[in-house]
Design a protein around this ligand. Structure first.
Ligand SMILES: [Zn+2]
Length: 434
């Protein structure tokens, strides 16, 4: 039997959903035009009035918002509610420049909890679940976002936050954890540590993983599922839109249902900005339809995905986005060729004998870009003879150059030599001064 957290919203007929979305869009555009100086001037630049936005189609006339707009308006310039109504502030550190800051009203926190609870139920959790939240708590939205959703659902919450992996494992065993929430790379690190400690994950109560906050491939999923003996579910979200819970995989594991009564998705060509039809790959753009503290109109997520509207076997009518296929700003341009870390991950996990830990190092020698891929070996392979390793290296090099259309140096490194991350993994080291 299919279970839902909010059946009317999750199984709404398309026409009713479109009407709801269009009504909410008109409301939010009107409110922002009247009350938010940044949005008003953006619309005025385009010669747009709130009355010009009537149908969902009209959204394409509205300008995009980017991370740069958030930095330019640091810290509170995009807020649309007075500070007396803001009950929570989160921020993402960002590796360069100012952090991006987001604010929530009480109602926003309620909506966030609602979509997070929907997500956990779609991923198979219930009141009976015991969820260990190993996402970071604090300014990062991962920890608190899942936390509020899990409490609303009525699950038992273990708010352990990230780090201290041995303790994570000890509590997982002792407290009877049934679900783990963290980044996929940290899940692998936990699996590896369990192995070192001689603990079989299958002998614990762990059944489900709620993994997100970084792009991961289908093969990475298979690796995690087989190592931990669980079902690994992809959750999508970003602080600019609300946090984790924007979209979630259902038991079918074929795309993530977007809570589109709150977040309106579009896919665009990242270069021209043109809206692409369903089924085509491009950059995901999201509009918040109900947020008060900091609404976002057409926020460019930089995440690459595809939208699908065919009926899902789980019964949900909510549009599905494919697993994130990479980030348009993760894309490396090496000698004029576009290279994504996810392509490398896919090749490595397809070959076997290597662990899912890898790193791309880009350098400029003379005027030429040079890509080195560090590939970590599994324990079994490491003890193998030199000949076997040479063959493996050549095989990886060959497959990489055919998939990437650019040659790379492959360096096999010993097990556990690539630095592990308790949060988002660092896949690329770009040493070029561009
Ligand atoms: Zn589904």
């Amino acid at each position: 039997m299919n279970t839902y957290w909010n059946k009317p919203a999750e199984t709404m007929e398309r026409e009713e959903m479109s009407n709801l979305q269009a009504g909410r869009l008109r409301e939010i555009v009107t409110r922002l035009y009247r009350q938010q100086p940044f949005y008003r001037s953006k619309m005025q630049e385009q010669g747009l009035l709130p009355e010009d936005i009537v149908t969902l189609e009209d959204i394409k006339n509205l300008p995009f918002i980017s991370k740069q707009d958030m930095r330019d308006n640091y810290p509170y310039g995009l807020f649309a509610a007075p500070m007396s109504e803001i009950v929570r502030v989160h921020a993402s550190s960002g590796t360069t420049g100012r952090p991006t800051v987001v604010g929530y009203t009480k109602r926003d926190i309620g909506i966030w909890s609602e979509v997070a609870a929907r997500s956990l139920v779609a991923a198979g959790l219930s009141k009976q679940s015991c969820i260990q939240i190993a996402y970071g708590y604090g300014l990062f939205t991962g920890g608190l976002g899942i936390h509020y959703g899990a409490e609303l659902l009525g699950a038992s919450v273990i708010p352990i936050s990230s780090g201290n992996t041995n303790r994570q494992i000890m509590l997982m065993k002792d407290f009877g954890t049934t679900a783990l929430a963290c980044t996929p790379s940290y899940a692998l690190y936990i699996a590896e540590t369990m192995q070192e400690m001689g603990i079989d994950p299958r002998e614990t109560g762990l059944r489900t993983g709620i993994f997100g906050a970084e792009p991961w491939t289908e093969r990475m999923r298979q690796a995690i599922e087989s190592q931990l003996g669980i079902k690994a579910m992809d959750i999508y979200g970003l602080s600019e839109i609300i946090g984790p819970g924007v979209a979630i995989e259902c038991s079918v594991q074929n795309g993530l249902h977007i809570s589109e009564d709150h977040f309106y998705p579009e896919i665009i060509n990242p270069v021209t900005g043109e809206v692409l039809p369903d089924g085509e790959k491009g950059e995901l753009v999201l509009t918040t339809l109900t947020k008060e503290g900091m609404p976002m109109i057409r926020y460019r997520t930089r995440d690459l995905s595809v939208l699908h509207r065919e009926k899902c076997a789980c019964g949900r009518t909510l549009v599905r986005m494919s697993k994130v296929l990479g980030r348009s700003d993760d894309m490396l341009i090496i000698r004029g060729v576009n290279v994504f870390p996810s392509q490398v991950e896919n090749v490595l996990l397809g070959i076997g004998n290597t662990s899912p830990h890898y790193q791309l190092i880009v350098e400029r020698k003379g005027n030429l870009d040079h890509l080195t891929v560090l590939v970590e070996l599994t324990e079994e392979m490491f003890t193998d003879e030199v000949r076997g390793l040479e063959e493996l290296e050549a095989k990886i090099k060959g497959e990489l150059s055919s998939v990437l259309s650019v040659s790379a140096t492959v360096r096999l490194v010993g097990p556990k030599t690539i630095e592990r991350s308790e949060g988002k993994a660092k896949r690329v080291i770009d040493k070029r001064e561009l």
